[in-house]
Unconditional design. Structure first.
Length: 171
């Protein structure tokens, strides 16, 4: 091996090691990396009360979507940065669970989000785990399933109660 080949090999090995270390690629005594949620970020603060709370009667359980708006039996919910439940028809509300059918409208990025497209799926949402904070009741988790040509699929939802330090339940 020439000096140049040894130098290139050494540099390549060093860059690979640095990349693996940055990605958590080490296997010796590695600890899983915990990524903060928006609520864990001290520079991001939400208002003390969700918008729309004045329209929620005392004793009712509200849902708070990603626009930080509290509603009861909403016709639409923003449940992910790329997805909104629309045309919701609620079969139950107010107990340990609330259930509705509607349409999920989602943006599918592909290789480039600028070249993405919008899709619509029949959807079912179940809100659950009601909690009380600041004297109000909120559903703390949501499960969204959609009907695709490949069958029933789970769609991620980031709906949660505005309680601190209430854990967020992702299902």
């Amino acid at each position: 091996m020439s000096v140049r080949q040894i130098t290139l090999t050494t540099m390549t090995a060093a860059m690979l090691a640095a990349t693996l270390a940055a990605c958590g690629g080490s296997t010796a005594n590695s600890t899983p990396q915990v990524l903060p949620t928006v609520r864990d970020n001290p520079t991001t603060t939400a208002p003390s009360q969700p918008k729309g709370l004045a329209r929620v009667s005392a004793g009712q359980i509200a849902a708070v979507d990603l626009t930080y708006t509290a509603t009861v039996r909403p016709s639409a919910l923003t449940v992910a940065s790329d997805g909104t439940l629309q045309h919701l028809s609620w079969s139950s509300w107010g107990g340990s669970q609330a259930a509705a059918h509607g349409t999920l409208s989602a943006w599918i990025c592909g290789a480039d989000c600028n070249q993405g497209h919008r899709v619509h799926y029949r959807a079912r949402v179940v809100l659950s785990d009601p909690v009380t904070c600041t004297g109000r009741r909120y559903y703390n988790s949501a499960s969204v399933t959609i009907q695709t040509t490949r069958g029933t699929r789970h769609w991620g939802s980031f709906l949660h109660a505005p309680c601190k330090p209430q854990p967020i339940v992702y299902r």
